[in-house]
Design a protein around this ligand. Structure first.
Ligand SMILES: [Zn+2]
Length: 385
């Protein structure tokens, strides 16, 4: 080929690829891919402001992927605090607005919660993401048609409301329902009954409807999110043991630590001797936290058949959170262990467990007392040495 024909061929190729780009359908992304590309964490709500990276919280990848799986119509996430569950919901909202628009009903426990979330989390997300900023107009702009609780975008509308507001729950049709802190919802929206049922009725006309239900767990037997979890695939985030290769969930009962109590100005202050480790339930080996944090992990479903019904459910405690060292969890537990109200918060928000009002708390206490003082019998009475 002569130089001129080469040039002409290159020109033609460029013209063809330009035409392909122009006529190609819009990019098809999953929620996590969209977030990696377009989402930025806002400085006012994140200690790690900047581009979103799914690999920072790898456990959120699968719940985000599930959202674009056409076979899945409901995603349930039971999670401790500070694992990124609000970011999961925000990524889903951003994806909907930009990629698959439709009406969204985003329900919080109360209207005040909804207003706060809109101002502190939704507005900064829109401001800091280019494609969202281009589609959702600023509330302050004249004639934007937007308010704190209602944001319109091409092809849809985001309505934020509270579980106690029957009017919003019962009025607008919605293809998407996202329920936040589900265990703190009102048991009845005014006199209209179960708020979740009211919201779900809004989806009746959509063949491609999706629902997302998220919460920290609360009290055993009285937890809505627990009921929803058991209707789904019941997936738990499991780490591979470096010794035996088995995958298991890291739970508090398998965490090993040596507590040490001191009295400072008459108050008991806890510290730990040495590091915190995990006992693998399969082989019994003790593995330090630093090692476990580098181990591969994946979701394992206890009820995989629920996938056929289109419901995927995930349960996550704080031991996998990159922002929560295990020592912090253990020390919070030790500080709270004699105060049922504070201990309940530790169970729900850190251990990611339902709280049971039960008699065996005394046993946990006795067990810890034995660890710190060997001159005590298992029943708590002192041994005469
Ligand atoms: Zn093992």
């Amino acid at each position: 080929m002569t130089r001129t024909t080469k040039k002409a061929a290159a020109k033609l190729n460029a013209a063809i690829s330009g035409a392909i780009k122009r006529f190609a359908p819009p990019e098809s992304l999953t929620v996590d891919e969209w977030a990696d590309k377009h989402r930025r964490l806002s400085p006012e709500s994140s200690a790690e402001a900047g581009p979103w990276r799914t690999k920072r919280t790898p456990y959120l990848e699968e719940p985000m992927r599930a959202f674009t799986d056409p076979k899945v119509h409901k995603i349930v996430m039971v999670a401790a605090s500070q694992v990124g569950k609000s970011e999961l919901e925000l990524n889903i909202i951003g994806y909907i607005i930009d990629q698959d628009p439709g009406s969204i009903l985003y329900v919080h426990p109360t209207i005040d919660d909804a207003r706060k979330f809109s101002r502190l989390r939704v507005a900064p997300m829109i401001r800091d993401s280019k494609p969202l900023k281009a589609k959702v107009h600023d509330v302050k702009a004249k004639d934007s048609g937007n308010t704190i609780l209602q944001k319109s975008f091409p092809g849809g509308m985001l309505t934020l409301t509270g579980s106690n507001s029957a009017s919003a729950l019962a009025s607008t049709p919605a293809r998407y329902i996202i329920g936040d802190e589900r265990d703190r919802w009102a048991t009845s929206a005014g006199t209209e009954g179960d708020p979740w049922a009211l919201a779900e009725a809004r989806q009746a006309t959509f063949y491609n409807a999706k629902a997302v239900e998220v919460s920290t767990p609360t009290i055993k037997g009285a937890s809505n999110i627990e009921t929803s979890f058991y209707q789904g695939t019941q997936e738990r985030w499991c780490h591979r043991c470096p010794e035996c290769g088995e995958y298991s969930e890291i739970v508090f009962d398998a965490i090993h630590f040596e507590p040490e109590a001191k009295r400072v100005r008459g108050k008991k202050v806890w510290s730990l001797k040495g590091g915190v480790s995990w006992a693998c339930p399969a082989c019994g080996c003790l593995i330090p936290e630093e090692t476990m944090r580098r181990q591969p992990a994946k979701w394992i479903a206890e009820n995989p058949d629920a996938y056929k019904k289109g419901v995927r459910s995930f349960w996550l405690n704080a031991f996998s959170s990159p922002w929560t060292p295990w020592e912090k969890i253990v020390l919070k537990f030790l500080d709270a262990k004699n105060d049922p109200q504070r201990l309940k918060v530790v169970y729900n928000t850190l251990l990611g467990q339902l709280w049971e009002d039960r008699g065996d708390l005394e046993d946990e206490d006795t067990m810890l007392t034995r660890r710190e003082d060997y001159g005590t019998r298992p029943d708590g009475t002192p041994v005469e040495l």
